[in-house]
Design a protein around this ligand. Structure first.
Ligand code: AMP
Length: 489
């Protein structure tokens, strides 16, 4: 199948060719024709499948056709909402490449950076706006931007936007959009919450599902290294002796642990950068640039910060900390093996992680290959206690007792499940996210037990992923069976 048969405008075909794409990916083949035909669409596809082009190319085709018919239209016509700044920046980069032969303007809107350029872009009716919901709502609330002529709304990574509690912000934004529009929604999962969103925001959407969500990219080799907890860093340093590990994305569950690991790797002579939500926007962009440019060999990231990272050529993804959700595992390993490149996904599994590993293997329907690192001493003793390192690891000891943050604030904040439950009653059903095992893990902070106060509506919470984005607990509606509403396709 070639791009030519999909009905794309010639200038877009030219840009696609210049991007080096020879044939459309399955999600592109399936999604582009119905979008050009004017349908709402829900695309269930993992990241790395080419879904950004799947929604961007047909929208650009339609914008180009409208421009040719009526001349330039100085109103914002496309709004793309995405959960993280990184994803927003990446979508923008992709659109700029695909729209390079079209006279269209593009702007990004997200928290953690100055708002004046964003306000100017919104006021000058930029054609395409790519935004995180929190900052956009903030600016719209101050009468910046006019979406009255909007033709396309895209909700990218809708499942993660729900997880991050963005639904109320999205609802408020959508209320300001024309009812007559095309709404495209992409999600890695098809949960009840996502189904609820389709009822709320779409009209008779076409459904496009590429592969089962539980199928990680075929091009990724998945390996498990069983290792005592205290030897994880030593094992990583040992594996990094392999020259093929030249572009390695390492996942850490906690922000402070990511920083510590990066320091240890640097001490071992391995150039490393970190990416997590305690870092400023500039630091995060710099870390990504250094990683892409090869200035650093390793990028240590937390799950939410790494969401949507689109870096070509990642040779290895290392689950230094085993993920708590199958969905995180799929997303993590989807960072390598992108667009049919080959990649390895390595998971460190300690005694505490065996339950989660078994749950993952059940979920993906097969066992993962266990590997032993040659020449590595698996029986080495724990490193001696180092009070200086301990102090660096737990700076809270230096603070007066009354001013210390609760311990589990150190953990990467993961959305509404981090807030205390309103009562001691039975736990309300969580989102449809499959979760590894339900037993509490010794030595691991549990979500939901923190002392964090419930944020009030509109509170700006700079500690959570998304920086200065606003966050709200998810209140996704529930509704009946997916098949009942849409039928199976
Ligand atoms: P996405 O799923 O949108 O994050 O895309 C993943 C990667 O695939 C990006 O680096 C795109 O540039 C690349 N890509 C998208 N479509 C194609 C295609 N048809 N052929 C080759 N690479 C593609």
């Amino acid at each position: 199948m070639s791009f030519e048969v999909l009905g794309l405008a010639p200038k877009i075909l030219q840009a696609v060719q210049e991007a080096g794409y020879t044939e459309p990916t399955p999600i592109q083949t399936a999604a582009i024709p119905p979008i050009i035909a004017g349908h709402d669409l829900i695309g269930i596809a993992q990241t790395g499948t080419g879904k950004t082009a799947a929604f961007t190319l047909p929208m650009l085709t339609k914008l180009a056709a409208a421009q040719a018919a009526t001349g330039p239209n100085r109103r914002t016509r496309v709004l793309i909402l995405a959960p993280t700044r990184e994803l927003v920046v990446q979508i923008e980069e992709n659109i700029r490449a695909y729209a390079k032969h079209l006279p269209l303007t593009i702007a990004t809107v997200f928290g953690g950076v100055g708002e004046q350029p964003q306000i100017r872009a919104l006021r000058s009716a930029t054609d395409i706006v790519v935004a995180c919901p929190g900052r956009l709502l903030d600016l719209l609330g101050r009468r910046n931007g006019d979406f009255s002529s909007l033709q396309f709304l895209v909700l990218d990574e809708a499942d993660r936007m729900l997880d991050m509690g963005f639904l109320p912000s999205i609802r408020q934004i959508v209320r300001q959009l024309p009812k007559q529009r095309q709404t495209l929604m992409f999600s890695a999962t098809l949960s009840k919450e996502i189904e609820g969103l389709t009822h709320e925001f779409q009209h008779s959407p076409k459904i496009v599902q590429i592969g089962r969500r539980s199928n990680p990219a075929e091009t990724v080799t998945q390996l498990v290294y069983e290792v005592p907890k205290h030897l994880k860093t030593a094992l990583l340093v040992h594996l990094m002796k392999e020259p093929a590990m030249d572009m390695v994305l390492v996942f850490s569950r906690m922000k402070h642990a990511a920083d510590r690991l990066a320091r240890q790797l640097e001490q071992a002579g391995i150039r490393t950068a970190t990416l997590h939500s305690n870092r400023s926007q500039n630091q995060r962009l710099r870390a990504l640039q250094d990683f892409k440019a090869g200035t650093v060999r390793v990028l240590v990231a937390t799950d939410i910060a790494a969401r949507g990272i689109d870096v070509d050529g990642i040779s290895h993804v290392v689950n230094y900390d085993f993920p708590m959700h199958v969905e995180d595992y799929i997303h993590r390993i989807g960072r390598t093996g992108r667009a049919n490149q080959i990649g390895d996904a390595i998971s460190f599994v300690t005694n505490e992680d065996h339950g989660e590993l078994r749950a993952l293997e059940r979920f993906i329907g097969r066992g993962l290959v266990r590997k032993k690192a040659e020449g590595f001493n698996y029986t080495a003793a724990a490193p001696p206690y180092n009070p200086a390192e301990e102090e660096r690891r737990h700076p809270r000891h230096q603070q007066p007792r009354g001013q210390r943050p609760p311990r589990n604030e150190q953990r990467e904040q993961r959305g509404p499940q981090n807030f205390p439950r309103p009562s001691a009653g039975p736990r309300p059903p969580q989102s449809g996210r499959p979760q590894f095992g339900s037993r509490p893990q010794a030595g691991r902070p549990q979500s939901g037990g923190g002392q964090r106060p419930q944020p009030t509506r509109g509170e700006v919470n700079g500690n959570r992923e998304g920086g200065n984005e606003r966050h709200f607990p998810s209140t996704a509606p529930r509704s009946g069976g997916f098949r009942r509403h849409f039928g199976a396709r």
